[in-house]
Write a protein that binds this ligand. Sequence first.
Ligand SMILES: Cc1ncc(COP(=O)(O)O)c(C=O)c1O
Length: 366
Amino acid sequence: MNPRNGLNFSGGPGALPESVLREVQQAIIEVPEVGLSVLGISHRSDWFAAVVTELENNIRSLLGLGDDYHVLLLQGGATQQYTMVPMSLLLPGGAPADYLDTGYWSAKVLPEARRQGPIRVVWSGQDNGFRRLPVDEELQFATTAPYLHYVSNETVEGLQFHRMLGSDEVVRVCDMSSDFLSRPIEANRFGLIYAHAQKNVGPAGVTVVVVRDELIKNAPEDLPGFLDYRSHARAHSNFNTPPVFAIYVVLLVTRWLMQEIGGLNAMDALNRTKAALLYDVLDSSESFYQGRAAVADRSLMNVAFNLSNTALEQRFIAEAEAAGFSGLKGHRAIGGLRASLYNAVTLEAVEKLASFMADFRHRQQR
Ligand SMILES: Cc1ncc(COP(=O)(O)O)c(C=O)c1O
């Protein structure tokens, strides 16, 4: 395999495990048990029904989900959920839903939600340039809200909540697109979780939605079928032609997570070790590398940082590319640098990046 594949720090679509890529390579030619390319197998086949069932079961078991949850495999990315959530859960004439404005992706959610009904922004990080997340004392949630929506990991700014927000009285809805299955969570205390696949669990094209049954029962009756969670639940994620290939790859990634990594606790331990390595490089650099996020809110998935000027940042990118690293450019909205450490990025790759960063600094300071 091209060594650059192993040094992919892209913000998303991100790296996938090498063993999965090899299985996918084989499946594109022929899925052994079917004798056909995965790209040409019917979504109505028994094989695909078994893929969906196994994937649902894997996600249920990784998250410890109760029987009262649906695991849905939808299209439209995380963006479609910005609309589907309020369409289904905001009740006509009812109280506003509580939303947090913690970064680039939260800010994308708000206008879409407002189109569907009343929402209230409980806290915004705009004034601090999205460099930190709120502490509990700053958050006054309404007990009358139909739900509370937040983004667990702000991919662009590299901010991550290291606790669950809200109380059990109000339904929690969370965009976990960039930290899904990267650590254990108390999934049964959320009403709805959504996460597109292309960070931690697969290629773009499929979005996993975990939703409690009682929540979708009372959605308006006149929703368009495609935007109604109930249609997808009834059809076992086969309402129209689903992205068979993407779903198959997500299945392989969950197998890898369970069988090779050893589950979410093991994944979390590895992810913590990886992030600590890079944050140590930042912290011991005497401000040569400046972390973007407040220390308490640093993301284990996206390490966002700056150098003292853009020329130096460009030199960093150029030298990193020449050394085989990719994906280190910060998001176009805020610039700077960002190393994304999704599940499939290996400890070895992070060690190499940490040592490249230490070398780069010494070379500039000589
Ligand atoms: C946390 C988060 N939410 C939502 C999105 C948007 O996802 P999509 O492009 O799948 O609609 C992204 C994209 O990177 C993201 O990081």
